[in-house]
Design a protein around this ligand. Structure first.
Ligand code: ZN
Length: 234
């Protein structure tokens, strides 16, 4: 009798353990699926061009590039953060952490990305030209040997194109036209010129629709990261 009792108790414990274990496995799987779906672990550096002592280009009304880039950069970063990405900003105000020296300024921005061990570096700028040459549109500087960043640039251009505010001037190869923050960066990087401060339509759009521009840039970045993840899974 006693042996049978001990046996059935042990069996009961074993069954309970197995059920519990099974349930744990199922729960664990559920958790990992959920975590995976929301797991935007990439670190994205958002670099607002210029800042502090360096005003960038200036519009006829005195508006400075550094203020337009900061506006768009902060909104872009916020959207990426809301989507769960880790965002690192080179600056979040007109106060800059680097000295008044162009080389040290640019190197400090690269250092911020490298120290954060970031996955992507997105620099936001505004173009300028002579007022009478009619230049307008957005363009992106990227290393043409870096397929992933070329795809991200194309993805951003696709989204900017939906806004229909100006011309798509295409992509520029930093192997031909080197840009410090792209060419001297171990983090995959691109530099977007959102429009021309010297073009009245571009200028008005950049000043009045910075949130739309930020949404397009953020969507372009996120679509490209997701497409890359799907490619890796296949
Ligand atoms: Zn600039």
């Amino acid at each position: 009798m006693k042996k049978i009792q001990i046996f059935s108790v042990s069996l009961g414990i074993l069954i309970a353990f197995l059920l519990g274990f099974g349930a744990n496995v199922l729960l664990f799987n559920d958790d990992s699926i959920e975590v995976y779906a929301n797991d935007n672990t990439e670190t994205i550096v958002i670099d607002a061009g210029h800042g502090g002592y360096d005003v960038g280009c200036i519009a006829w009304d005195g508006t400075q590039e550094k203020d337009i880039t900061l506006d768009i950069a902060l909104s872009t970063g916020e959207l990426l953060e809301e989507a769960g990405y880790n965002v690192v900003y080179t600056r979040t105000s007109d106060n800059v952490s680097w000295p008044e020296d162009n080389k040290e300024d640019l190197q400090s921005r690269v250092d911020i990305a490298e120290n954060a061990n970031a996955d992507y570096y997105i620099s936001i700028h505004v173009n300028s030209s002579d007022y009478n040459d009619g230049a307008s549109g957005y363009e992106t500087y990227v290393d043409f040997n870096d397929d992933e960043m070329v795809e991200m640039a194309e993805s951003i251009h696709e989204q900017l194109g939906l806004l229909n505010y100006t011309l798509d001037r295409g992509l520029m190869d930093t192997n031909e036209i080197p840009l410090y923050v792209v060419s001297n960066n171990s983090i995959p990087a691109l530099l977007l010129e959102v429009g021309f401060i010297t073009d009245i339509n571009d200028f008005n759009y950049m000043v009045n629709n910075s949130d739309d521009l930020a949404q397009a840039i953020a969507n372009g970045i996120m679509n490209s990261i997701k497409a890359e993840e799907i490619n890796e899974e296949v």
